[in-house]
Design a binder for this molecule. Structure first.
Ligand code: NAD
Length: 383
């Protein structure tokens, strides 16, 4: 067994919240010597050379290749993450660090973790590490960390855009123009102002708060549901009202925005019954995670008109298969997973990953808010 797979004693002193945590954990920080680091990113092909700051793609490789190799580390980058003979699986048995992004997620299952005998560190270039089996990672003593805050502005801006796109019934108008048509009535009968509408965010953490701040000048009625009440100053600044009971908030909302992580508690939270509690004609924006919704329930409610519009960039699985029902449901404003991978966001999460790798090599701690799994324990919102 590799030497960094032991350290029995270290974990015992931690009050772990993961049931039956294995006492066999891997060291938190790098042991000396060359490391094998694998990055899984989407491929950019002809787009790769179009912008020198395009760091988030496989070709850009977060801009850390030279830095890693100059220190004697091996850096393998691939977009091939699935299927029996995929490139990622070839490296699982001997990699030390796996970097992945939510945009092109490498699904790190318990089975992969079991095979990854040298693995110590799983880094998410971005926010949201639900593509990793976090319990299995905790039980194996792995560290999971993400670049908290790196793309929150990017996502909040995108949500505001999708809200407006849905409220104004923008996309059918755009498609008319492209197809050479002109039919004002077909758009106008279901286009509204945002002013005066009730918008509720489910989750008011970093992104939710930024969205509320951005919505304030639109003179909406703002509501939020979260497991935690926000600071009174921010409530005052945004005018957003706390709703402790999600099911009491939903029927009040014209627009619902999802802004919480995918956890065991939030998976499938918006099923047929919960959607039925929402206003007929509700608009939903979800840039959080696709699996928070029941896929078929959303498609059915869009078809029946109970949901008047659904927009977002997150799907399950990703890439979304060709037959994913959300591609074909009416009144959607869906794109591939793009909101958190603007060039500005890429620069921030690339810098954040480099900083964490540097700290890992030096045996230093990461910024505390970056840890999702540390010393056998999951971050509180994942419990
Ligand atoms: N589409 C993208 O590109 C993209 C980019 C960044 C983040 N995200 C997603 O957005 C999520 C939120 O990001 P953030 O930076 O705002 O995270 P955050 O941790 O700052 O905020 C999450 C909020 O959700 C709340 N929450 C957690 N579980 C809850 C529950 N069961 N019920 C009610 N509230 C709950 C938390 O208390 C917290 O306030 C991420 O976890 C990720 O899944 C998507």
């Amino acid at each position: 067994m590799a030497m960094w797979r032991t350290a029995k004693h270290a974990i015992r002193s931690l009050a772990s919240t993961v049931p039956d945590v294995s006492p066999f954990v891997r060291q938190l920080h790098a042991s000396p010597g060359s490391k094998k680091i694998v990055g899984v990113f989407y491929k950019a092909n002809e787009h790769a050379a179009m912008n020198p700051n395009f760091l988030g793609c496989a070709e850009g490789s977060l801009g850390i290749r030279e830095w890693l190799e100059s220190q004697g580390h091996q850096y393998i980058v691939t977009d091939d993450k699935e299927g029996p003979n995929c490139e990622l699986d070839k490296h699982i048995p001997d990699l030390h660090v796996l970097i992945s992004t939510p945009f092109h997620p490498a699904y790190v299952t318990a089975e992969r973790i079991k095979k990854a005998k040298n693995l110590q560190l799983l880094l998410t270039a971005g926010i949201g590490s639900d593509h990793i089996d976090l319990k299995a990672a905790a039980e194996a003593g792995l560290t999971v960390a993400e670049v908290t805050g790196s793309n929150v502005v990017s996502v909040a801006e995108d949500e505001l855009m999708r809200i407006l796109i849905l409220v104004r019934n923008f996309l059918p108008g755009y498609h008319q123009v492209v197809k050479g048509e002109w039919n004002v009535a077909a758009i106008a009968y279901r286009a509204y102002d945002l002013e005066g509408k009730t918008v509720g965010t489910v989750g008011a953490g970093r992104i939710g708060k930024l969205l509320l701040q951005r919505l304030k000048p639109f003179n909406c009625n703002l509501l939020y549901h979260d497991r935690l009440k926000m600071e009174p100053e921010l409530e005052k600044e945004t005018g957003a009202k706390f709703e402790e009971d999600l099911d009491a908030m939903l029927p009040k909302c014209d627009i619902v925005v999802i802004n919480m992580p995918l956890t065991e508690k939030t998976r499938g939270m918006f099923d047929k019954d919960r959607i039925a509690k929402m206003k007929k004609g509700v608009l939903i924006v979800n840039n959080a995670r696709g699996a928070i919704m029941d896929t078929q329930a959303v498609a059915d409610a869009c078809s029946s008109g109970h949901i008047a519009g659904y927009g977002g960039d997150v799907w399950y699985p990703q890439p979304a298969p060709k037959d994913h029902p959300w591609r074909y449901m009416p009144n959607h404003a869906m794109t591939p997973h793009i909101s958190g991978t603007t060039i500005d966001a890429q620069l921030r999460y690339a810098a954040g990953v480099k900083d964490m790798l540097d700290k890992y090599f030096k045996g230093e701690d990461f910024p505390p808010q970056n840890y999702i799994v540390k010393e056998g324990k999951l971050a509180s919102q994942y419990l």
